[in-house]
Ligand binder design. Structure first.
Ligand SMILES: *Cc1c(COP(=O)(O)O)cnc(C)c1O
Length: 344
């Protein structure tokens, strides 16, 4: 048995802690080099690098954790690879091949096995693959050289001290333009959301609900998580839009709803005006799986969900327990969802 690092897992927050190894591969002269693990966490890049001048950078977010029977696993890494391919194409970056992406992720987790929190701690090892333009660019064009990297950082339990449903405001800022870049996981979508989230926090809200920028009548997502709603008769509804990021957690939850819980699930346009018709609301993403939303505030008008401000609604809770059970190995997973990591 490999020795775990001496970390107070239960009290970890969500922050960067340097681990021992990271993966790095460079793209140069039209091809990816083999790449490999390195202990060097710092980068030296030219002052005129594409990422620094024109924000040519994309990323992914995933987790590694220990199952009930002591295996280290990660969740659907093939989907992260495919999504990063979409992001790369939209920003004129080279695609890091899917098999190599998965291999790099598994290798990096394996090399940092001592940082994968034990089963039952609630903590996980967050995994961050990313890619950026590394060569100098001053005239506006894609960089010629890129670096793909994967680093890991242990993060604490999301629901520390119990579940606290979120209070969300309808934002006056827009997140993504129609036919823009809302559907890719790029740093640029986050840079422009920082002002809105700082302002939301200053006003006492946890998150922003962004509406479709074209008509401002339909629900899109928050800065970093997709919405999931439950109707009063127990049907799961998720917003459909070309400008939201296709959350792997949300897509998995919809499949869990249908195949494990026998619920109806529908992906369709969701209007702000119909929010009061829903019984439950949650935010889906890798970090929390689902965080319940207790209340949405639209310019003073409060829309409260039946789940209330103290606990998850019953359907949200079942979805959460089933998906985390699948991830932790206590419920049988669909083929290919849970991928084991061999530690070095
Ligand atoms: C990463 C992200 C999500 C969540 O996606 P998961 O694959 O479930 O982690 C949702 N919205 C945005 C904008 C994101 O960047």
């Amino acid at each position: 048995m490999m020795e775990k690092k001496n970390i107070d897992w239960a009290n970890l927050g969500f922050g960067y802690i340097k681990t021992d190894y990271r993966f790095a591969a460079n793209y140069k002269d039209g091809a990816w080099e083999e790449g490999g693990l390195t202990q060097e966490a710092n980068l030296v890049i030219n002052e005129c690098a594409g990422v620094l001048q024109y924000a040519q950078t994309i990323f992914e977010g995933m987790k590694a954790y220990t199952t009930a029977d002591g295996r280290i696993v990660t969740f659907r890494p093939d989907l992260n690879a495919e999504r990063m391919e979409q992001s790369a194409k939209r920003l004129e970056m080279p695609v890091f091949p899917k098999e190599k992406f998965v291999e790099a992720v598994l290798k990096t987790i394996g090399a940092n096995a001592a940082y994968v929190p034990p089963y039952g701690s609630g903590a996980t090892l967050y995994v961050r693959p990313f890619m950026f333009g590394s060569s100098p660019v001053i005239g506006v064009k894609p960089a010629d050289e890129y670096q793909f990297r994967v680093f890991t950082t242990p993060v604490g339990p999301y629901f520390k001290g119990g579940v606290k449903p979120l209070t969300i405001r309808v934002s006056d800022f827009d997140r993504a333009a129609p036919r823009g870049t809302g559907h890719i996981k790029a740093g640029l979508n986050y840079a422009m959301s920082l002002h809105a989230i700082v302002d939301a926090h200053n006003q006492g809200y946890d998150e922003n609900m962004y509406l479709d920028a074209g008509t401002r009548t339909k629900v899109e997502e928050t800065g970093g998580a997709n919405f999931l709603f439950v109707t009063k008769d127990g049907k799961v509804v998720t917003p459909k839009s070309d400008s939201i990021l296709p959350s792997i957690t949300r897509r998995s939850l919809v499949q869990v709803a249908k195949e494990y819980l026998g619920l109806e699930a529908e992906e369709r346009e969701v209007y702000l005006e119909e929010l009061p018709d829903f019984a439950e609301c949650g935010l889906c993403g890798t970090a929390a799986v689902i965080s319940p939303v207790g209340k949405v505030v639209d310019h003073g008008r409060e829309i409260c969900f039946a789940g209330g401000m103290t606990e998850m609604g019953p359907v949200t809770k079942k979805l959460y327990e089933t998906l985390t059970g699948i991830q932790m190995g206590t419920i049988k997973a669909p083929e290919g969802w849970v991928v084991e990591v061999k530690s070095r």
